[in-house]
Unconditional design. Structure first.
Length: 172
């Protein structure tokens, strides 16, 4: 980053686009996923941050907490700003399994993003999905450059430790 960079923090359920070479989009992910989409010819891109793979039967499909709505909204915003659909490229991050013994929402989030890209014909040129570590992602939308920093898990938190071995007892 240079001293002139403008940093935009993307939180859960948000997205942002930019064509400025000084803009850096950033987020922190656990089981959530961020798609970084960009048009390298037009030099415009954007990032989203979604929490869940699909909405329940009683939720609307336009809620940006869900993969399909977040992905569609980002693509549409880029097209409206001048990107060309056939030039779009994707980089995916997140989808970690953060808590032992719970359903793997992270894996399902990653699968939902990949399925969306496949359906829409958008190539995924790079991805870092899964694992057990949170990530800090920085994305320069005008160039498509992305950096990821894996964050060490807080092993003092019993929720992120692995379950006890069969027959063992864990006290905390």
């Amino acid at each position: 980053m240079t001293p002139t960079d403008v940093t935009v923090h993307i939180i859960q359920g948000e997205n942002a686009i930019s064509e400025s070479k000084e803009t850096v989009l950033t987020t922190v992910l656990g089981s959530c996923v961020s798609a970084c989409l960009f048009d390298p010819q037009r030099q415009i891109g954007g990032m989203n941050h979604f929490l869940l793979p699909e909405s329940g039967a009683d939720q609307g499909t336009s809620d940006l907490r869900y993969a399909s709505a977040a992905m569609e909204r980002l693509v549409n915003a880029l097209l409206k700003a001048g990107a060309t659909r056939s030039h779009l490229r994707a980089k995916l991050f997140g989808g970690a399994s953060m808590m032992a013994g719970l359903p793997d929402i992270g894996r399902r989030n990653g699968e939902a993003a990949l399925n969306f890209l496949k359906t829409e014909g958008i190539p995924c040129v790079s991805m870092s999905l899964g694992g057990h570590a949170a990530r800090r992602v920085r994305f320069w939308p005008a160039s498509g450059r992305a950096l990821q920093l894996l964050l060490a898990p807080d092993t003092s938190d019993p929720a992120v430790r692995s379950p006890p071995k069969p027959g063992g007892v864990e006290l905390f």
